[in-house]
Design a protein around this ligand. Structure first.
Ligand code: KIV
Ligand code: ZN
Length: 513
């Protein structure tokens, strides 16, 4: 059977990061980039370099460490943005400039306030400028699936002639229907005389729950050979096409798709967990491939069938996608070398020895409280480390709380602000409420709490609790994540983590605006 290669383009750190509250620090992005490279993703879209200095630095750092995947940066179709992209990416082993410009009548008229001729000219000049610096240029006509096909043919033929090597057709607002989207791409490819000079790509949003189906139709009907997707389907609004679903659909139904990806599927679950821990976006239990129940057989009939012959109810194995039973990896007596080695095996690399020393000290604290340390604990421990010390406006020094039946919960906290210790006390409706009120007694952030969620990192009552707190202030939404065997302490850490992100003044432009 002859098979074609399907290019997997991951945009977790760009489109995924656009989801409210999912913004990531440079260190967090580096960890995700290493995990994606280990998974053998073909193209990693590392960010939007012109969005902010933080984005630029994160893209530059990723370009500096990733060796086996192409690193891409998103740029609006103007010389200033493109130059920012070039500067951030040029040190990479392999890099791509990803340009976008809206082509639907609605976007051109209402958002860009440009005529189709102006858009045509800008697309042409932008690709020409990018192609002078970079041999790998992708062009995306934003809102492509709702654009006039005649106009698209004109623009796309020209940008291919200018040297665009990948043409991506975004379904920006998740409006497409599989058969129509697939046929739309097929017709464009048939009508554009030089369409064979570029690789065609799909980029779908999940507003109607059809992102994966649309992407696959773009591949089978439309002939696209690149899929843009994100881990756990993270992304604006209802999210993007989910990487794990695409990869496993193509692999499990190879008989039908006759395609191959280069992905190491055993890295799917660890990477899914990492992204979930970093962003605080919990994966729903019944999510395909990476949900906690994806391979759980609860009904007696199914259990009986699976025990007799696994294939009766399972089309892929949990091991295929990297689900391994919780493994005890380290304990109280484990030394620094074993700790560092296990982090390395999990793909966690730290910038310097000081960072390892701090993580090791946290590990020892945890091992004092918890006899068995699992991989998930190590990941939570590193995520819990939050931002680099220099970026921590607030630090939790101490906290205590008391509650009991019929008693009003009460909490006291000691925090340091830029090195100076301050304390506060408060009562609340519950222990978490009391702690948050005590913290706010010092921080006075004026932020609104949008989300509070607690998850067990592993099984059993000894497990660490991992808490996500989402705060909003003046239109800015941030997440904080904290882990501890004491969930009230984890809650305080998560709240303070979110406050530190709010204090970090990062201003970003949203690429779709
Ligand atoms: O959804 C979209 O249109 C995009 C483009 C910038 C590729 O994310
Ligand atoms: Zn998008």
């Amino acid at each position: 059977m002859s098979t074609d290669k399907l290019i997997i383009f991951d945009t977790t750190m760009r489109d995924g990061e656009q989801s409210p509250g999912a913004s990531m620090t440079r260190e967090e992005k580096l960890r995700i980039a290493r995990a994606l490279e280990r998974m053998r993703v073909d193209v990693i879209e590392a960010g939007f370099p012109a969005a902010s200095n933080g984005d630029f630095e994160a893209v530059q750092a990723i370009a500096g460490v990733v060796k086996n995947s192409t690193v891409a940066g998103l740029c609006r179709a103007n010389d200033k943005d493109i130059q920012r992209g070039i500067d951030a990416l040029k040190a990479a082993e392999s890099w791509r400039i990803h340009l976008f410009l809206a082509t639907s009548a609605l976007h051109m008229e209402k958002k860009l306030r440009m005529t189709p001729d102006q858009v045509f000219e800008q697309a042409k000049l932008a690709v020409r400028f990018a192609r002078n610096a970079c041999p790998d240029v992708e062009f995306s006509p934003e809102d492509g699936s709702r654009s006039d096909p005649d106009f698209l043919c004109r623009v796309l033929e020209t940008v291919i002639a200018e040297g665009a090597t990948t043409i991506n057709i975004p379904d920006t607002v998740g409006y497409a229907v599989p058969e129509l989207y697939g046929a739309f791409i097929r017709d464009l490819r048939e009508r554009i005389p030089n369409s064979d000079k570029a690789i065609w790509s799909v980029h779908c949003h999940n507003d109607l729950g059809m992102a994966v189906a649309n992407s696959l139709a773009g591949v089978t009907i439309g002939g696209a050979r690149q899929v843009e997707c994100t881990i756990n389907g993270l992304g604006e609004r209802a999210g993007n096409t989910s990487l794990e679903e695409i990869v496993m659909a193509v692999r499990t139904r190879k008989d039908f798709f006759k395609l191959e990806t280069g992905i190491d599927a055993t890295q799917i679950v660890p990477t899914s967990r990492l992204v979930s821990q970093i962003t605080g976006f919990v994966v729903q239990p019944n999510k395909a491939v990476v949900g906690a129940n994806a391979f759980a057989h609860a009904s007696g009939i199914h259990q009986d069938g699976v025990l007799k012959a696994r294939e009766t109810y399972e089309i892929m194995t949990a091991e295929d996608v990297g689900w391994s039973a919780n493994r005890i990896v380290l304990g109280k007596l484990s030394g620094r070398t074993a700790f560092k080695q296990r982090l390395k095996e999990l793909g966690i690399e730290m910038d310097n020895e000081d960072a390892y020393n701090k993580a090791f000290a946290r590990f020892k604290d945890l091992a004092d409280k918890k006899s068995e340390i699992f991989d998930e604990d190590l990941q939570a421990l590193v995520t819990d480390a939050g931002m680099p010390d220099s970026a921590e406006h607030w630090k939790l020094v101490h906290m205590a709380q008391g509650s009991g039946m019929g008693e009003r919960p009460h909490a006291s906290v000691v925090m340091s602000e830029a090195g100076a210790e301050k304390s506060s006390e408060a009562g609340g409706d519950g222990p978490v409420d009391a702690v948050f009120k005590a913290i706010e007694g010092l921080a006075n952030s004026g932020a609104e709490l949008l989300l509070y969620s607690v998850n067990a990192v592993t099984q059993g009552t000894e497990s660490q609790g991992e808490v996500t707190v989402r705060l909003s202030r003046a239109g800015r939404i941030v997440n904080g994540v904290g882990a501890d065997t004491d969930i009230i302490v984890a809650s305080a850490k998560a709240y303070i983590g979110a406050l530190n992100k709010l204090a970090s003044k990062a201003e970003r432009i949203n690429p779709q605006l």
